[in-house]
Write a new protein. Structure first.
Length: 482
């Protein structure tokens, strides 16, 4: 029996009761990520647990589905299974779903991995957690890497902004080069101060000998500032405001630590289980910027693992509302993650989300090409349904009257639009069509998973024991204030 047929046999031989045990029985060892119970649409005799083998999961998973389609329950199940299988996990939640947090914690308890759990968020509330780890994304990497990370966060897709973005990149690179050269840990508050006035930048300049790289780069900025004050000050103000958003308010509490308790590279190396809540509904721009910075730092970390040819990381990243975190170069994350042994699970609502952000269809297609597993839940978008029906594919040619003809879609776009009075065969809540390698499955996510997943600490589940030390924001560097 070859590998493909072995996988198919495993699915067809699995009774419905075993699907739930795969998700919740501590002794269960499924051969991959269990999506649910379903059947092969190309061979309906194959019915049972539909599983994404671990090696296929490493080639990334794409989820498309509208609000209410069951994406959150599916993501909870997948993240929980990664934890149970010994993977490190980083789940980035941009909305604020408490059950995502508690499912990760429940997985840690089930696997005896409570010490691996990390909560990273500016939201300190009873329904989430009252203490958080602290992070400083300005520490890891040289000046050019850190500057690139910030430019990813502030990326402006408008073609008219291209020149402005280059000037901003020059300003931020010069400032970070100088701050790195001080040998001290610095924060977004320090960058804000440095950009606040020529006096502040001059006091930073005075720390370095003439002819050094920091001196030369800062001096160029000050010279431009002096020669073209009206034009250049607008560039500086914009760069300062972008940094200031991350130095105050919600963002300050999570990304400005002098002695951080969370480190991206360490989290990957130690296979920690991290729930990162960045509520874009409360503070859209700073939370979205922090999400992009985190994704960019992950990209840098995976590139280092790839270059070092270290052992596979055995790590998974789960991101909902993925379109909010994209930027040019993000596709490098998918290739470096795959080489580093990292599985990505990304989801959003419509293909138009991606096309709008990236100003074209090429990005959406590239994303789909980089994900071996495609999970389509009910969508409200006709264009997305049609595009996904194309991707799922057509029926094989059949002989008719001496010719071979091809019937159209394996799955009709109307089916992907969801169940209604006109289309009873449409996908309901918690149902999906999965394309896994060459197989097409119709799957129902187990309802029992949702019930069990709602257990919180107190329902035979211990409370998280991690209490993080008070965040040390330190004192700003001694620069002249405006």
């Amino acid at each position: 029996m070859n590998l493909a047929s072995a996988r198919q046999h495993e699915r067809s031989a699995t009774p419905p009761s075993r699907v739930s045990s795969y998700l919740h029985d501590p002794a269960a060892r499924p051969p991959g990520l269990v999506l649910g119970y379903g059947y092969n649409m190309l061979d309906q005799d194959q019915e049972g647990a539909v599983v994404v083998p671990w090696d296929v999961a490493n080639r990334h998973t794409y989820i498309l589905g509208a609000t209410g389609s069951g994406k959150t329950v599916l993501q909870r199940n997948l993240a929980y299974q990664f934890v149970r299988a010994g993977y490190g996990v980083l789940l980035i939640d941009l909305k604020g779903e408490p059950e995502l947090l508690w499912d990760l914690w429940r997985g840690c308890v089930a696997a005896g991995r409570q010490e691996d759990f990390v909560y990273l968020s500016p939201v300190l509330e009873d329904k989430f957690m009252l203490t958080s780890a602290a992070w400083n994304p300005l520490i890891n990497g040289d000046a050019s890497v850190v500057a690139g990370r910030l430019m990813d966060a502030w990326w402006n897709p408008s073609p008219e902004a291209e020149f402005f973005e280059k000037v901003k990149a020059d300003i931020i690179l010069a400032t970070i080069t100088a701050l790195k050269a001080t040998g001290k840990v610095f924060t977004f508050e320090d960058i804000t101060y440095a950009l606040s006035s020529k006096a502040a930048m001059g006091s930073l300049l005075a720390m370095f000998p003439k002819g050094s790289d920091p001196y030369r780069m800062l001096n160029d900025v000050i010279t431009e500032w002096t020669q073209n004050p009206k034009v250049y000050i607008s560039y500086l103000k914009s760069t300062k405001v972008a940094c200031q958003m991350l130095a105050v308010g919600l963002a300050k509490t999570v990304c400005n630590a002098i002695s951080p308790t969370f480190d991206v590279a360490r989290a990957v190396e130690r296979r920690q289980v991290v729930y990162c809540l960045l509520p874009t509904m409360r503070a859209r721009e700073p939370m979205q910027a922090l999400g992009r910075i985190l994704v960019s730092e992950l990209k840098n970390t995976f590139a280092e693992i790839q270059l070092a040819q270290d052992r596979p990381a055995k790590f998974a990243i789960v991101i909902d509302e993925f379109q909010k975190l994209i930027f040019p170069g993000i596709m490098d994350l998918f290739s470096t993650a795959r080489s580093a042994g990292v599985s990505l699970v990304v989801s959003h609502q419509t293909l138009a989300d991606l096309d709008y952000q990236m100003r074209g269809e090429a990005f959406g297609r590239s994303l789909l090409d980089n994900c071996a597993t495609k999970l389509i839940m009910a969508t409200r978008s006709k264009d997305s349904a049609r595009a996904m029906a194309d991707i799922i594919g057509e029926w094989p040619p059949i002989p008719l009257l001496g010719k071979f003809i091809t019937l159209r879609y394996l799955v009709q776009p109307d089916t992907l639009m969801g169940k209604n009075e006109y289309h009873q065969d449409g996908l309901g809540t918690g149902e999906l069509v999965a394309k896994i390698e060459g197989d097409i499955f119709r799957v129902t996510v187990p309802a029992g998973a949702k019930r069990v997943a709602t257990q919180r600490p107190g329902d035979n589940i211990p409370k998280p024991s991690g209490v993080y030390k008070e965040i040390d924001y330190g004192q700003p560097l001694n620069l002249a204030k405006p």
